[in-house]
Each structure stands twice: as structure tokens, then as C-alpha cells.
Design a protein around this ligand. Structure first.
Ligand SMILES: CCCCCCCCCC/C=C/CC(=O)SCCNC(=O)CCNC(=O)[C@H](O)C(C)(C)COP(=O)(O)OP(=O)(O)OC[C@H]1O[C@@H](n2cnc3c(N)ncnc32)[C@H](O)[C@@H]1OP(=O)(O)O
Length: 363
């Protein structure tokens, strides 16, 4: 009989616990929470401690993860723990192996798939089960990918999402930190945000967003820094900053009012109105909307034709259009990032994040 059918033995479990201690790579907050919850369930049974206070972010997230396992039997939790650790070990083992030809395109990126073909470099956000929510690792990888794309011999660079969402914006688990770390993490978060947006402001080649599904938060505000935005008619555009106790970023406090007028910008950025693709197109945020059934075919046919145009002419024209406001955009980006650094430390922001993480609130 297989191990799974029998359930993991206590020895397997202990060896998985030891294996975890040797793991070289941080598996990320989500996995760590799952491991914690299953460890507690396997060793102590259902959650039996008082719920931590609302500002005790880390312990509250851990408690929520354990409590969510309900009455899961200890044996099942033990097996799940062993399976989780074995998945982590095999993925870190395989990263040192030589990848087959077809996979080489992805080398170096864990959260993205980057490919280059027909004069087009495509950067695809690749966390479909998390609606392509942007972790800090993902912001870093996108910056690296943009840097590489700016230097490669492609004509056009495309950003798109894998799965049903373009992106659900900032990954709210980026906020799972202990209160004594908050100030420093907010400081680093503001630098990350400023550098991330800066890469889009400075990107030298035509940059195209292929918005395959709903877009939330920073994945909406950043669109004004693209040269073309093609959207499926299934896409929606939502910036629920106030609901999260936060404020606009990616220069949208300046670009949105100048694009659609202050009244329409306020509806989105202050009051969090969600737009359909047609509405976003009418406001100038989207270049063109396509039926979802033919979206990929039509968009890629169009982009392949554009990528055959003279490369240098495209690049120079883009820079002529964008250079006028570059300096201003960098100043606005720095100011928005500074304001967010303060917001992230506010009670309003912390309460909203806690509500999402404890599944009390969704958009
Ligand atoms: C001090 C901290 C420093 C931080 C440094 C950060 C630096 C840069 C910051 C830039 C700032 C950007 C602002 C924004 O982007 S604001 C927008 C934030 N996004 C949200 O509020 C969206 C939250 N998600 C939802 O409301 C819903 O998930 C959804 C998108 C409406 C989809 O709902 P649906 O019912 O279809 O699907 P699920 O909710 O079941 O989602 C499937 C799983 O994906 C996880 N998920 C989805 N989105 C996020 C997210 N943004 N953050 C974290 N996790 C997300 C969801 O939890 C499910 O996971 P599970 O299967 O494990 O439960």
C-alpha cells in the first residue's frame, strides 16, 4: 500500500520537520502559514488558543490559518505536512537540474514566464491560482524582466497574465509582518514601489498590456504608463484604494485626472468605482476592447504585424511622446510612494488587510 493511502508515519512527520529546518530557500509567507497550521493540527489537534488581537498581525494570520483547518484529523494534517515539505524539497532540488530545451525560456523567473518570439518579448504573470497577485518577489522579477527586455533585440514588449485574471494587484500577504517590523518594511516597500514604477516610466521600447481579465489596484494604475492597452471584454478595472485605507500609486494621482478629468478620476481613485472594459476604453485608459472569445487571436495577430515595423523608428517615436513628462512622473512617483509608506502604517490600512486575510472582506 502506498504511503499516502496509509497516512504518513510519525517518523515521516519528524523527518519532514527536520527537512524544513534545512530548507535553503524561503518558501514564502503563504506556504509558511500552511505549514504552521498543519504542524499545529498534527501535534495539538484543532485550534485551542485565544484569537490574537487585531494588531498582532503575524500571530493573527497564524491563528486564522490553524483555525481554518477546523476538525481536520491529526493523521491527515500530518500527511499534508509531509506532502507540503516533500513538494518544497523536490522543487528546490529540481532548480539545480538542467532544464529541457522547452523550459529554458523561463530560467531565472519563478513567478513569471518570459518568452521572446517574432520580435515580441512577452512577460506573463504566472500565479494564476492567486489571481496573479503581486508578491515582493514578483515586483523584483518584473523589474529584472523589463531590464532584460529593454536590452534584447525584440521590437515590442508585452505584459499579460496567465489564467482568468490580469492581476489582483498587490498581494495582501505582503503585509503579514510583526508590528515591530512594520516601520522598516514600510520603508523598504516604498523603495520597492518607487523603483518598480520607475522602470515603467523609463522603459525605452513600445510597451503593450494585454489585459486578459480583471485588473485590480496597481495593475490598473500602471496601465497609463503603457503605450497600448488591449483588453478582453471580460476585463474590469478596479482601484479600491480607500477601501484598503490606501492611496493611489504608479503616478495615477496625476495621470488619471489628466487622462479622464478630475471628476471621473475621483470616481475610480477615491471612491473605488469598478469600470467595465468598455468604460475604461471610453475614458482613454484602454486602447481597444476585443471579445473574449477571439481576444488572444486578434491581439497577437495585430502585435505580430506591428513588430515588423522598423524597430528604431518605433523606439524613437515612443521616447518623443513620453519624454515630455518623464521628470514630472518620477517626482510624482516618489511623492506617492512616500505617502503610501505612511498609509501602510495606519490603523485604517491594517484593519482592511486583516479583514481580507481573515476572509471577512473581498472587493
Ligand atoms: C508594509 C508592507 C509593504 C508592502 C510592499 C508592497 C509594495 C508595492 C505596493 C503597491 C500597492 C498596490 C495597491 C494595490 O494593488 S491595492 C489592490 C490589492 N488587491 C486587492 O485588494 C484584491 C484582494 N482580492 C480579492 O478581493 C479577491 O481575491 C478577488 C481578486 C476579487 C478574486 O475573488 P475570487 O472569489 O474570484 O477569488 P479568491 O478570493 O478565492 O482568490 C483566489 C486565491 O487568490 C488569493 N488572492 C487573490 N488576490 C489576492 C491578493 N491581492 N492578495 C493576496 N491573495 C490574493 C486569494 O486569497 C485566494 O487564495 P486561497 O485560494 O489561498 O484562499
Amino acid at each position: 500500500m502506498s504511503k499516502t493511502a496509509m497516512g504518513a508515519s510519525q517518523k515521516d512527520f519528524e523527518s519532514a520537520v527536520n527537512q524544513m529546518k534545512l530548507l535553503k530557500k524561503d518558501p514564502g509567507n503563504e506556504v509558511k502559514l500552511k505549514l504552521y497550521a498543519h504542524y499545529k493540527q498534527a501535534t495539538e489537534g484543532p485550534c485551542n488558543t485565544p484569537k490574537p488581537g487585531v494588531f498582532d498581525l503575524i500571530n493573527k494570520a497564524k491563528w486564522d490559518a490553524w483555525n481554518a483547518l477546523g476538525n481536520l484529523p491529526k493523521e491527515t494534517a500530518r500527511q499534508n505536512y509531509v506532502d507540503l515539505v516533500s513538494g518544497l524539497s523536490s522543487s528546490s532540488d529540481s532548480s539545480s537540474q538542467v532544464k529541457p530545451e522547452a523550459d529554458r525560456k523561463q530560467a531565472g523567473y519563478e513567478t513569471l514566464v518570459m518568452t521572446s518570439e517574432d520580435g515580441i518579448t512577452k512577460i506573463m504573470l504566472n500565479r494564476p491560482t492567486k489571481m496573479n497577485a503581486l508578491t515582493t518577489q514578483m515586483y523584483q522579477e518584473i523589474m529584472l524582466a523589463l531590464e532584460a527586455a529593454s536590452k534584447d533585440d525584440s521590437t515590442i514588449t508585452v505584459l499579460t497574465g496567465n489564467g482568468s485574471y490580469f492581476s489582483s494587484g498587490n498581494d495582501l500577504t505582503n503585509f503579514v509582518i510583526s508590528p515591530d517590523e512594520l516601520e522598516e518594511r514600510a520603508r523598504r516597500g516604498a523603495i520597492l514601489l518607487r523603483d518598480f514604477v520607475g522602470c515603467f516610466i523609463d522603459f525605452p521600447k513600445p510597451l503593450v498590456a494585454v489585459v486578459n481579465g480583471p485588473a485590480v489596484g496597481i495593475s490598473v494604475t500602471i496601465l497609463r504608463l503603457f503605450d497600448l492597452v488591449y483588453a478582453s471584454d471580460r476585463a474590469t478595472f478596479h482601484t479600491p484604494f480607500s477601501h484598503l485605507g490606501q492611496t493611489p500609486e504608479a503616478c495615477s494621482s496625476y495621470t488619471f485626472p489628466s487622462l479622464m478629468g478630475p471628476a471621473k478620476a475621483a470616481e475610480m481613485l477615491i471612491f473605488g468605482k469598478k469600470l467595465t472594459a468598455a468604460e475604461a476604453c471610453a475614458r482613454g485608459l484602454v486602447t481597444e476592447v476585443f471579445p473574449d472569445s477571439t481576444f488572444q487571436k486578434e491581439v497577437w495577430t495585430r502585435l505580430k504585424a506591428y513588430s515588423k515595423l522598423p524597430r528604431n523608428a518605433l523606439r524613437i517615436s515612443k521616447q518623443m511622446i513620453r519624454n515630455h513628462e518623464k521628470e514630472k512622473l518620477h517626482a510624482i512617483n516618489a511623492e506617492e510612494s512616500r505617502i503610501l509608506q505612511e498609509r501602510w502604517q495606519s490603523d485604517e490600512c491594517m484593519n482592511a488587510i486583516m479583514n481580507f486575510l481573515s476572509r471577512k472582506a473581498k472587493l
